[in-house]
Structure formats: structure tokens, C-alpha cells
Design a protein around this ligand. Structure first.
Ligand SMILES: Nc1ncnc2c1ncn2[C@@H]1O[C@H](COP(=O)(O)OP(=O)(O)OP(=O)(O)O)[C@@H](O)[C@H]1O
Length: 470
């Protein structure tokens, strides 16, 4: 790494390496992850090959400041509104970890930084080493998979996810429907030491009381009438991996105690067996329900709540991350239609910006899916978005309300009858889900909800009743 070690030909601004620093530099050069050695004034003294590859481009890096190279800032991060690991390490005298948004040769990326201060015998900081690790499962540009976002609310949430991912702590994901709890659970697993082992999701709301124990813990042959052969449970399937308890707030009280036993003792028995088995799973749970209120009202066990909620992470609703809308819309469009490069016009995007999106990212995704079907172009204009939104309202309208002629009439559809059929089919599927989404995120009165949906309160009530929601 000759270009980083001091020489007479180096310019005045370039820092000088002492012999022990030269050894350190040679050590860093052999490390596979990007590393830099900096002086206390943020200037890069040495950058290893992996760092030069990720940040360097063609230019020389030594002598430049870390904030200029990775952030394109003209002053240290903490003076530019970012948290600076160096400032924190100077205070704590310890290693500090932080999530930053960096400019790399692959564009903007989320990067986990681990900063280790170098202290002299008097305990003074004489420099620091930074290790960078690009986050693989969260992005600032459209990607086929993973979390997308750049708003402050999203970054705050992601920083918690990245901090807790490598540990074995139980995580509780809280947030409205469609905010990405399932995706975050997968990200936590994929960013953990358990990533190579199974990620096993359990939809707790779909498990009946009789099934709960045998599904979760498995059963022996002959344990009950239909147990023709022994079967491993989901806890066993997730061995050394992650068990994701989705909709954990829906577990009835009688079953909560069975789950508590697993969490408290880390052991379980297959139904029909006396053999005690040791569970080795990391537990992530999620709910859109207000668990603290459920605990207060005696509908959720407090002891179970504390076991599950070692580390709570609240996912922001889409309305709290409005800055993410253009990026999210762009990403979702390319995920929905990877073979067709579809974009929203600026008017269409502005119209989307005014929607309440009680169903959050899922609702945005559904709306875009509809808008794609309703447009032949590679540009989705304001008309297609309005049309997709109107379909949503039509869905909730009662013919007795004298609703306008359905916008699903074939004459409006660019693709004719076949597309209409397809669209009607997907509408039928969306219907219940969308009403549920509206209701779950809704904190106002039914009158306000009816107004919001553009229907009478009587119609809303009839609709909910027909769907078994009241
Ligand atoms: N930050 C995000 N980036 C990209 N896609 C996202 C993001 N958040 C959510 N989505 C997408 O939105 C949809 C809903 O997400 P997900 O199922 O994870 O939500 P949820 O909070 O688990 O919902 P529910 O409570 O109803 O189960 C999925 O298609 C998911 O891929």
C-alpha cells in the first residue's frame, strides 16, 4: 500500500505516518472490509484496498477528510446535521457504531460504520479506525428486493434495525398495517448471525386453539386421532434461525400461556411426548394492535408482553415519511412491472402525495398496480391515478346511494373487455383487505370514515355488516 505511506514527495497537506502507524496500515490493507485510518482532524491517513474500491474512484484519498469523501460535506458530520461517530468516541473513549448514508462508487448506500478510537498512553485520542459495511437489505434507489426509504423517520427506524439485528434479543415490531413489519422481520433475520438458517413466519391469527400447540411444537405419532405420523413443529423447523410471530396480538389468552412457557424456559415438548427439547430460536413478533392497551385491559398477558418486547421497534406510517413517496412509488413500479420501465408524471405524483394511505405502503402498491393496468403508456398520468382512486371509492359505494355509473365500464378501459374482467377479479380480492386496512388505521368516528370514503354512514354500515366487520 505504498501510495498511503508517507514519503518526501507527499504534499504538505498529507499526514505523516509514524512507524507503528505504518504497521497498522499494512494490517488494514489485508482486511476484506473497507477500512480507513484517520487523524483527529478527520483526515484520511490510510485507506485499504477495499475502501479505495468502494469510495475511491480514480483519485487519491489520503489527506482528504472522511466527511468529504463519504458524505460530500464541507464540514464534519455533526456540524452538518448528522451524528458523528468520531465526536461520540471522543466523549466515550470507546468503539462506536452508527448507520450513515454514504456516496459510494455504486451510488448512495446505507453503510454501517464501526469506529475504534486510537488512544495514547495518556488516554488522548490520536486518531481512529473506521470499518464500513454496506447494508445489503435497505436501499436508497429502486431495487428488486429489500426495504426502500430515505426519510428521517425511515432512517431512524433502520438504524435501530441495524443495531439490534446482530443480537439475539426478542424484537417486537409495532406499526399500522402495510408499514412493512414483515419486510423488516426478514431484514432483521437476513442481517443477523442466523441468516444462513431458516426464517419461519407464523401467522398467529390463523392458528386455531387446537392447532396452536401441535403446529408450534410438533407432535408424536398417535398423539391425536389424525396424527398418523410424527411431525416437527415450527419451533423445530426454525432451529438456529428466526421464528417470526406475525399478528401476535391475535393470540387468545389461553394460548398465550403456552407461548410464555417457551419464551421463559427455552424448552418445549412435542404433543404426545414427554421428552423435553431445547429451543434455539430468535423470536421476532409483530402486531398492528395497541398491545400496551390490551395489557391494561387484561386481553394480553403482561409477562408475555415483556418477554416479546425486549426491543420494540415502531415502524412509521407512510404519512410520517412523505419524503419517501417518490422513491417508494418508483421502486414499487419497477417491482410490479420489471420488464416495462414505468414512471409517474409529476402531477400524478403530486396527487398521490395528497392521499391519506391508511393502508400505508401496501395501499400505495395496490393503487399503483391498478394504475399500471389502467394505462397503456410507460408514463402513469394523473388521469390513471384518479381513475384508480375512483375505483377504490366505487368499491365502497352502495348502488342505492345513487352512485355514478361504475368507472369499470368497458368503454373507459384502454384494453377492452378482457382487462375489465381481470380488473373486476382483482377488485373482488382487494375489497375486504382494503376495508380492513382503512378500519385498522382509522382512529376517528364512523361518520368521519364514511365522509373520508365518500359514502353515507348507512352505506358504510351496510358494507361492513355484509363483510362481517361489525
Ligand atoms: N420500506 C419499504 N420498502 C419497500 N417495500 C415496502 C416497504 N414497506 C412495505 N413494503 C411493501 O408493502 C407491502 C406490505 O408490507 P408488509 O406485508 O411487510 O406490511 P405489514 O406491516 O407486515 O402489514 P400487516 O400488518 O398487514 O401484516 C409489501 O408488498 C412490502 O413489500
Amino acid at each position: 500500500m505504498t501510495n498511503n505511506v508517507s514519503s518526501d514527495s507527499q504534499s504538505q497537506s498529507q499526514p505523516i505516518l509514524s512507524p507503528d502507524r505504518a504497521e497498522l496500515t499494512s494490517f488494514l490493507e489485508g482486511l476484506p472490509e473497507p477500512h480507513i485510518l484517520c487523524d483527529p482532524d478527520y483526515r484520511i491517513v490510510a485507506a485499504n484496498q477495499a475502501y479505495r474500491h468502494l469510495y475511491g474512484g480514480e483519485g487519491e484519498l489520503t489527506g482528504r477528510t472522511c466527511y468529504e469523501v463519504s458524505h460530500h460535506f464541507d464540514r464534519p458530520c455533526d456540524q452538518a446535521g448528522e451524528s458523528c461517530p468520531m465526536a461520540r468516541a471522543r466523549e466515550s473513549g470507546q468503539r462506536e457504531r452508527i448507520l450513515h448514508l454514504h456516496h459510494t462508487s455504486c451510488g448512495q448506500s446505507y453503510v454501517n460504520i464501526e469506529l475504534t478510537p486510537l488512544l495514547n498512553p495518556r488516554g488522548e485520542m490520536t486518531g481512529y479506525i473506521e470499518k464500513m459495511e454496506t447494508v445489503q437489505h435497505a436501499h436508497l434507489q429502486p431495487q428488486a428486493q429489500g426495504l426502500i426509504g430515505r426519510s428521517p423517520a425511515f432512517r431512524q427506524m433502520l438504524a435501530l434495525v441495524m443495531r439490534i439485528a446482530p443480537t439475539d434479543s426478542a424484537v417486537m415490531l409495532l406499526g399500522e398495517t402495510g408499514t412493512g413489519k414483515d419486510l423488516v422481520a426478514q431484514t432483521l433475520h437476513a442481517s443477523s448471525q442466523r441468516a444462513a438458517k431458516p426464517f419461519v413466519p407464523v401467522d398467529c391469527s390463523s392458528l386455531t386453539e387446537t392447532l396452536f400447540e401441535s403446529e408450534l411444537f410438533g407432535h408424536e405419532r398417535g398423539a391425536f386421532t389424525d396424527a398418523h405420523r410424527a411431525k416437527a413443529g415450527l419451533v423445530e423447523t426454525a432451529h438456529e434461525g428466526t421464528l417470526f410471530l406475525d399478528e401476535v396480538g391475535d393470540i387468545p389468552l389461553t394460548m398465550q400461556v403456552k407461548l410464555l412457557r417457551l419464551l421463559e424456559n427455552g424448552v418445549y415438548r412435542r404433543v404426545g411426548s414427554t421428552e423435553q427439547r431445547q429451543a434455539d430460536v430468535r423470536i421476532i413478533s409483530a402486531t398492528h394492535r395497541d398491545l400496551p392497551t390490551m395489557v391494561r385491559e387484561g386481553r394480553f398477558r403482561e409477562d408475555l408482553y415483556h418477554r416479546l418486547c425486549t426491543f420494540p421497534i415502531r415502524l412509521p406510517p407512510l404519512r410520517a415519511r412523505a419524503d419517501d413517496l417518490p422513491l417508494l412509488a418508483d421502486s414499487l413500479l419497477s417491482r410490479l412491472m420489471p420488464q416495462r420501465r414505468i414512471k409517474l408524471t409529476s402531477d400524478a405524483l403530486e396527487l398521490l402525495g395528497h392521499q391519506p394511505f391508511h393502508g400505508n405502503v401496501r395501499e400505495l402498491r395496490n393503487l399503483l398496480e391498478r394504475a399500471i393496468v389502467l394505462t397503456d403508456d410507460t408514463q402513469i398520468g394523473v388521469e390513471a391515478v384518479e381513475w384508480a382512486l375512483q375505483l377504490d371509492r366505487d368499491l365502497l359505494k352502495d348502488p342505492q346511494d345513487g352512485a355514478k355509473e361504475s368507472t369499470l365500464s368497458g368503454s373507459h378501459l384502454p384494453m377492452g373487455g378482457t382487462a375489465e374482467g381481470t380488473l373486476r377479479g382483482s377488485w373482488q380480492r382487494l375489497r375486504v383487505e382494503q376495508l380492513r386496512e382503512r378500519l385498522q388505521g382509522w382512529s376517528g368516528t364512523r361518520t368521519e370514515l364514511a365522509r373520508e370514503l365518500g359514502v353515507s354512514e348507512r352505506t358504510l354500515y351496510r358494507k361492513l355488516k355484509a363483510l362481517g366487520m361489525v
